[in-house]
Design a protein around this ligand. Sequence first.
Ligand code: UDX
Length: 436
Amino acid sequence: MKIAVVGTGYVGLVTGTCLAETGNQVICVDINEQKVKMMQAGQLPIYEPGLEVLFNRNINESRLLFTTNLAEAIAEAKIIFLALPTPPGGDGSADLSYVLGAAKDIAGLITDYKVIVTKSTVPVGTADKVTAVLKANTTVECAVVSNPEFLREGVAVDDFMKPDRVVVGTMDERARKLMGELYGPYVRQGNPIIFMDERSSELTKYAANSFLATKISFMNEVANLCELVGADVDMVRRGIGSDDRIGKRFLFSGIGYGGSCFPKDVQALEKSAAENKYDFKILNAVMDVNQIQKKVLVEKMRGYYKDGLKGKKFALWGLAFKPDTDDIREAPALYIIEELLKDGATVVAFDPEGMPNVKKLLGDKITYAENRYDALNGADALLIITEWPVFRTPDFDFMKEKLKAPVIFDGRNLYDLERMKEYGFYYNSIGRKVIG
Ligand code: UDX
């Protein structure tokens, strides 16, 4: 099938590349000339495990093309994906000007039936707005489809190639058939393509992310209570997760959720409820709990160092909002660093991928280590912020040599309590007993 993808950000690139992988002919279009040149030369502008191999293969086999020319991109395409930014506008609601602008441009160019798919996370009612723009600017018949993405950074290729489900929101029969054909190869293991109306599909995306964020905030509150009553959140998690109705996944307590989706989507759903005069009480609690949880590690430190944090040096392992990404958007690390600096402490950080982005944001407000152990040199304590695999089994004896004091504040519960006791660390994690 011939496909156009408008916008080559994270979602557009993963979508375009993965659609080419099953043999479709894909043209991606972007207004950024420099970026397009870079991609034409086979350079991938984002970090995403596993994407580069697919990207290069499909470019080499001429199934994945890049252009700045919208007319050329959509000329032969049956399906046009819009993967454009929807940044929060001044009032916090998504700014749809890129999406609606592209719809208008497309309307001026098309001469035959097209399926126009919104892939960006957009507020309920956006498909209707896109339809209205198309109707106002062309008489050519076309269908608008809401097809939200559920990609997780770090495993986006797998999520696209083997999705749990594909949601397709449109009442246009022809579009349903085409979308069904397009996604057929991706759901061969039997996972469903769920067809529905546009508004339900748009809401599905927000509800999914908000529900997952709710799970996290719920477990973070359980963890905080565990600490007060002397229970262990890891045990409670296993105890409840074995019930199929609850499920084992996404129950890990920590230092709050971050990233480009959860914080934005929970807020957007709450706002959209409020606009409809509905007080979505749970969502407000989910956001409040998350704000508090981002600072929980620093509160533990303030309790431990009776003389305050001023003049102390702390090593941070992890900056990215989660492993396998260089993304630092809404990363708990940034909130923690801000608090530590405010208290007069200094920070040395190491992250396998996240340091360049933090450097751009914070410059020399903190220092950056060459590797995980160098960060520990003379530090008063280690803080574990992101659960990168490389932090899971370090050489604890060596760490003790490097650190000024054997103290760990772990925001991700990476280590076994007994082992920490054996090695003689003071070890303070989330929702578990304090060791030492
Ligand atoms: C998320 C959704 O999973 C994805 O379906 C959607 O399309 C985009 O948003 P992503 O933001 O890439 O994906 O990351 P995810 O792996 O879901 O983690 C989100 C945040 O929740 C991270 O900060 C992570 O540390 C936190 N988290 C996750 C927990 O604190 N506990 C958990 O048990 C799981």
